[in-house]
Design a protein around this ligand. Structure first.
Ligand SMILES: Cc1cc2nc3c(=O)[nH]c(=O)nc-3n(C[C@H](O)[C@H](O)[C@H](O)COP(=O)(O)OP(=O)(O)OC[C@H]3O[C@@H](n4cnc5c(N)ncnc54)[C@H](O)[C@@H]3O)c2cc1C
Length: 340
């Protein structure tokens, strides 16, 4: 993929005034606080802007990576070539059915914790299991985000997707609707993640899934979630309780939440701790003392520091218990350029 930053900037700047930057450090846009520069960074606040950007990237063959709040990604130290755009579309409507239920129709970029507080005030329940999930609703569909026995697939009705999979055959990206049952949801999985499993190389380092020109090629634009009339005080109390639980059990430092998915009938944190690597430090990153399935940035960590700890945790658990932990966090960017 060749990418001329100046040409792309000159074309895109008039379309995204004040929303486009060159050489933007991705460490500013991921909760891990690590990652090198994106050649171009764009914040997308409108649906039209997102569609136009995808169309232009297809037309000019500009590499595009779309993200939400950056709470489940680990960007490479070498950054990302091409354009990284944050889906920040954040409007929603609530269709009250008058029978104690409603349909929330939300843009993919709506931030989960912010929305929850607003729903609690209005007395609508359904998503309150997620006050500790700092991502967008769109990102939550991709990973079937969940906590406290709830997950996105329990409440989702449908998604609207911009499908850019067939541009190479000359097919223009188009909008498609999918019902919940068409999305192959399971624990931290949807069919959007099917090709994205992080593999490990011969030395045990994680390898990013291959990148396409438009990444991802299926972009969640909007989604609909079932809501249930619930007492506001009750919602506030539940949200508060879940928040307190997080405070007690999760580290306060920068992270991307759980690094690995839990294997069947076990916990990654328990296995990593039993493998003796809890508290392990590499450079400025550490396997959290509070929760061994969290890797934290203790201040100025590199992506290579984090990758070294991922390798160690994965390798030791595999050697000692024969369990091949699957990554929950996704690797993005120019990982090949690095030798951690
Ligand atoms: C402190 C902390 C606690 C967490 N706790 C939990 C938890 O309890 N449960 C849980 O499930 N997760 C948890 N997470 C992880 C994370 O918040 C979720 O996975 C969240 O759903 C990711 O959303 P995001 O918008 O940040 O996605 P990003 O990290 O920005 O993106 C993740 C992936 O999804 C893709 N993507 C994002 N938006 C779209 C879209 N609209 N269309 C297509 N692809 C898209 C991106 O390309 C990327 O590959 C936690 C993270 C942190 C930092």
């Amino acid at each position: 993929m060749t990418f001329d930053v100046e040409t792309a900037y000159a074309t895109l700047h008039p379309l995204f005034p004040g929303r486009i930057r060159r050489n933007e450090p991705l460490s500013r846009h991921s909760t891990f606080g690590v990652g090198g520069p994106a050649d171009l960074w764009i914040t997308l606040e409108t649906r039209a802007g997102l569609i136009d950007l995808v169309m232009l990237c297809v037309e000019h063959r500009w590499p595009l990576l779309l993200i939400g709040n950056g709470t489940n990604v680990l960007f490479a130290d070498a950054g990302v070539r091409g354009i990284v755009a944050r889906i920040a579309l954040n409007t929603y409507t609530i269709e009250d059915h008058g029978d104690g239920t409603a349909l929330l129709v939300a843009d993919a970029g709506v931030s989960w914790p912010r929305l929850l507080n607003e729903l609690a005030v209005q007395g609508w329940g359904g998503l309150e299991f997620g006050p500790g999930i700092p991502g967008t609703l769109g990102g939550g569909v991709i990973s079937n985000a969940g906590a406290h026995h709830g997950n996105m697939s329990h409440v989702l009705e449908w998604v609207e997707v911009l499908d850019a999979r067939h541009w190479q055959e000359g097919v223009q990206p188009k909008m498609v609707f999918y019902q919940q049952h068409e999305l192959d949801f399971s624990y931290r999985h949807s069919r959007f993640r099917a090709q994205r499993r992080v593999q490990f190389d011969e030395q045990g380092y994680p390898i990013a899934a291959p990148r396409r020109l438009i990444e991802p090629e299926e972009i969640v634009m909007r989604l609909a979630v079932r809501l249930v009339r619930t007492d506001s005080e009750e919602l506030r109390a539940t949200i508060q309780e879940y928040k307190q639980h997080r405070k007690r059990t999760q580290p306060p430092q920068q992270s991307a939440g759980s690094v690995f998915k839990n294997p069947p009938d076990d916990y990654s944190g328990r296995l990593i701790e039993a493998a003796g690597v809890k508290g392990l430090v590499h450079g400025k990153a550490s396997i959290s003392e509070r929760h061994a399935n969290f890797i934290v940035n203790v201040g100025g960590a590199s992506a290579a520091d984090v990758a070294a700890l991922i390798r160690e945790a994965h390798r030791r658990v595999l050697e000692q218990f024969g369990v091949d932990l699957e990554m929950e966090v996704e690797l993005r960017g120019e990982w090949k350029a690095e030798s951690p």
